[in-house]
Design a protein around this ligand. Sequence first.
Ligand code: UDP
Length: 234
Amino acid sequence: MKYKRILLKLSGEALMGNKNSNIDPEVLEQYCEEIKAVKEKNVQLAIVIGGGNIFRGGQAEALGIDRVQGDYMGMLATVINAMALQSALERHGLYTRLMAGIKMEQVCEPFIRRRAIRHLEKNRIVIFGAGIGNPYFTTDSTASLRAIEIQADVVLKGTRVDGVYTKDPLKFPDAVRYKTLSFQEAYEKNLNIMDMTAFTLCQENKLPIIVFDMNKKGNLLKIAQGEEAGTLIS
Ligand code: UDP
């Protein structure tokens, strides 16, 4: 395996699949199969899951809700997704721990860096819920920060597209996928890979990011093995 310790970022929005419900059981099932295949190769895995399928802080003001309050609502949304993912992974026989950036002792452990690393060493999948625990951040920044804290080898950003393109591949058929990019190139070309906070954290700490299609069967394992798929930013 190319990577021994991986931080996988999953978006909340992708959990919706094509259904009208917040969580599509088929997507959850597919995620579990992908994750299980990687876990069977003894890769240490931590996961950050977003909350966009339920609530984003950015939506708050239009609803007459205070922005900071909205951000906390978004963080709570990520815990709902994290709990769903935890339960689904356990149904597949995987060992997991949910750690959150906001104290919620009835449902999860608080985030304690050394404890998170210990869980990983014991081969438990660690899911980080509630983001960083502070408003005005995103789960992308959480993914970068936690990845640095647990000394992950790479951040794998699972999306619905198979990498970073010269332009929107859904609108422009002549869009070309980048196989690799430097942080500088991605910045200069204004490619929207992660928000600036998340992106800069990775750049400054020389933490590579791979953007890949999480919905393609076998893709996660392929990437963990070091095969070329998606876009590598390093
Ligand atoms: N959020 C936050 N601080 C954090 C992480 C998340 O305030 O550290 C809030 C923010 O409002 C965000 C929402 O939680 O919009 C859901 O996360 P995100 O939008 O990153 O989810 P995704 O787009 O990955 O589904």
